[in-house]
Design a protein around this ligand. Structure first.
Ligand code: ADP
Ligand code: ZN
Length: 628
């Protein structure tokens, strides 16, 4: 039975969440759900997916439709999600394996009475006989309002997060065909989308696809020089005191980098699958609950990290492909405030990634696919035009260069100079050819560059390379430029790097270049990293005496004092309620309070993020802190 749900969504947005307007497709999706339709929602991270089912859940509950089920694989996050709803005055709970029996029995009673507005459940729990029996009874009494399937891509075997339990979710539709369902994901590709529709029987559902642009994220790739130092400078110059994630490829590198950053005064913690579960949990909790922690991690960290104020995601190693890059960088700036996606990239990355594919025992066809994906990522890293355009283009979305936007990518912000490297590429390849001619000898990049630049090293003397016709032919090209040329030649598959010493050899396709194919335009290596002072356009240059991170709004001295006082107050409330601080109020909300210094509850209620429950619970105290 479909209930006529009469509660209008807009007052809910304002009253419960304290927001003034819907974002993007939210209004359409919410209207569609309240009216009882099915939907598949594809929206980037931070796009605001939660409201798409939370507002309909509240509206339909008010209209007497009962309980909304939210299926989510992220057990670790349910506590905080439910905490955020309860803070906003919405009766919500979760059922998962972390609860004791009396607790879950109490929640089941709340559900069966229909009093509960939202119930978060893990998929494996949902499909138990006990749970299904209860749902049957709820449904018979017309109190099963809505089913939301979060992280819906987990149903797809193509994705990286496949969960077998998700396949069974189909039975919800079979048992309760009249209950509207909404499936949500931030995974964009078409294969996954088709899989979700098929496996969750959503052929009739309306599909809402949002732009996958993350306008508040600035994308930047720097050439690796001394990557750790470059990272440290990036953190110190642009993200002092900010929370961030640093991705490394290996566990060892994670540990070393975390240790080193700590030694340099950055509050950094390691996270990888080799640490014991207790330590992983502790580090994750500190990252979520404390301010300004930098998590140094392998890709084992991240799934479902919905901390909104991660200000940067840095890659010290090349990710596997563009999908991974987009997903990992997407963890920055969920709150919509400016954030950085920063990557250091160099010759060794190209060599390593190529070799990992070559050496893997996978079938040749699979390897071809992987090489294609790596090539696309390398093209993004080497690009001298807009990175955002390339990124979106990969996901099938047309866009224009982001130069005019506030958080424009590095290439739009500082268009790199290019040089024609066609001639240099030819010289490098023929030099490798000369090496090979001599009894098939192979050498690494360092020696090759020395020969090209005409340096007389011991090795040059030992092998008599000063007499080669290619000796010194590239003296006019700098070492950094040569490294870029070799990186390109490997990236493009003309050179292959082999063995323990990364010696270089020609591939069959190298002939095309030797025969004169071109041109090859490369970006001019920058001698020093070019970053604007003050970082993001949206940030003020007020680094406010070094203490704490700057607020997301420009504040005068009085405002800053109020901001710090509000943060201290928030930290106390968060501790008392055992919740992360951002669930009490976001930084942006505190900053607005500090800027406007409201003198009445009515004025306070106008600030974005202040709903009626929070106004009632905290309003007077906030007025006291702000005006104190
Ligand atoms: P997603 O699940 O798509 O990654 P969330 O639902 O967590 O994104 O929303 C991201 C952030 O944006 C949250 O902090 C949320 O409170 C905020 N938000 C969502 N919709 C709105 C809106 N209409 N107005 C203001 N803030 C919003
Ligand atoms: Zn751009």
């Amino acid at each position: 039975m479909t209930h006529p749900a009469s509660s209008s969504p807009d007052p809910i947005l304002h009253e419960v969440f304290g927001y003034s307007a819907y974002r993007g497709a939210q209004a359409d999706i919410i209207g569609h759900m309240i009216a009882g339709g099915d939907a598949l929602v594809l929206m980037p991270t931070g796009g605001g997916k939660s409201l798409c089912y939370q507002v309909p859940a509240i509206a339909r509950h008010r209209a007497g439709c009962g309980v909304t089920l939210v299926v989510s694989p992220l057990i670790a996050l349910m506590h905080d999600q439910v905490g955020a709803l309860e803070e906003a005055g919405v009766h919500a709970a979760f059922l998962n394996s972390s609860l004791l029996l009396p607790e879950s029995q109490q929640i089941e009673r709340e559900m069966m009475s229909g009093r509960l507005v939202l119930l978060y459940v893990a998929p494996e729990r949902l499909t138990t006989e006990r749970m299904l029996g209860q749902l049957d009874s709820l449904h018979e009494r017309g109190l099963l309002s809505l089913v939301a399937i979060d992280e819906a891509h987990c149903v797809s075997q193509w994705g990286h997060d496949f969960r077998a339990d998700y396949l069974a979710l189909n039975l919800l539709h079979e048992r309760y065909p009249d209950v509207p369902r909404i499936a949500l994901t931030a995974t964009a590709d078409e294969l996954t989308r088709a899989d979700i529709i098929e496996r969750l029987a959503l052929a009739e559902a309306r599909v809402f696809i949002s732009s996958f642009d993350r306008p508040n994220i600035r994308y930047a790739v720097v050439e690796k020089d001394d990557a750790r130092k470059q990272l440290l400078r990036f953190i110190q110059d642009e993200h002092k005191g900010d929370a961030g994630i640093v991705y490394c490829q290996s566990r060892k590198k994670v540990e070393e980098t975390a240790l080193w950053l700590s030694g340099e005064g950055v509050c950094a913690l390691p996270y990888h699958a080799g640490l014991d579960a207790g330590m992983r949990r502790r580090h994750q909790n500190r990252f979520l609950r404390e301010e300004g922690i930098v998590m140094v991690a392998t890709i084992a960290f991240g799934m479902g990290i919905d901390k909104p104020d991660v200000r940067f995601v840095a890659h010290l190693d090349l990710p596997k492909n563009i999908e991974s890059y987009y997903q990992e960088t997407g963890r920055a700036g969920r709150d919509g405030q400016p954030a950085d996606a920063w990557m250091a990239y160099g010759l060794a990355d190209v060599v390593n990634q190529r070799r990992m594919i070559d050496d893997s025992p996978a079938a040749e066809e699979f390897k071809r696919g992987q090489r294609g994906k790596l090539d696309a990522l390398l093209a993004l890293a080497e690009a001298h035009d807009c990175r955002r355009v390339r990124l979106l283009d990969y996901f099938g979305e047309a866009s224009t260069a982001c130069g005019a936007q506030q958080n424009a990518c590095d290439n739009c912000l500082h268009p790199p100079a290019t040089w024609d490297a066609t001639e240099a590429a030819r010289k490098a390849l023929s030099c490798v050819y000369r090496f090979q001619q001599n009894r098939g000898q192979r050498f690494g990049a360092v020696h090759l560059i020395d020969v090209l630049r005409g340096k007389t090293t011991d090795k040059v003397a030992q092998y008599g390379h000063a007499s080669l016709s290619t000796f010194g032919v590239g003296a006019d090209v700098s070492e950094a430029q040569w490294r870029a040329v070799l990186r390109q030649l490997i990236a493009l598959g003309y050179l292959r790097s082999e063995g323990e010493y990364n010696t270089l050899e020609l591939t069959p396709t190298a002939r095309q270049v030797l025969r004169g194919e071109g041109p090859m335009l490369l970006r001019q290596p920058s001698s020093s990293p070019k970053r604007t002072k003050g970082g993001h356009g949206g940030k003020t240059s007020s680094t406010s005496g070094g203490k704490g991170k700057p607020p997301p709004l420009p504040l005068d001295a009085q405002g800053l004092k109020r901001f710090e006082a509000l943060k201290a107050w928030r930290a106390e409330v968060a501790r008392e309620h055992n919740l992360p601080a951002y669930i009490v109020f976001h930084d942006a909300t505190l900053a607005e309070m500090a800027q406007l210094a409201p003198e009445s509850l009515a004025a306070l209620a106008q600030i974005s993020g202040v709903g009626s429950k929070k106004l009632e619970a905290y309003g007077r105290e906030i007025l006291r802190v702000v005006n104190g």
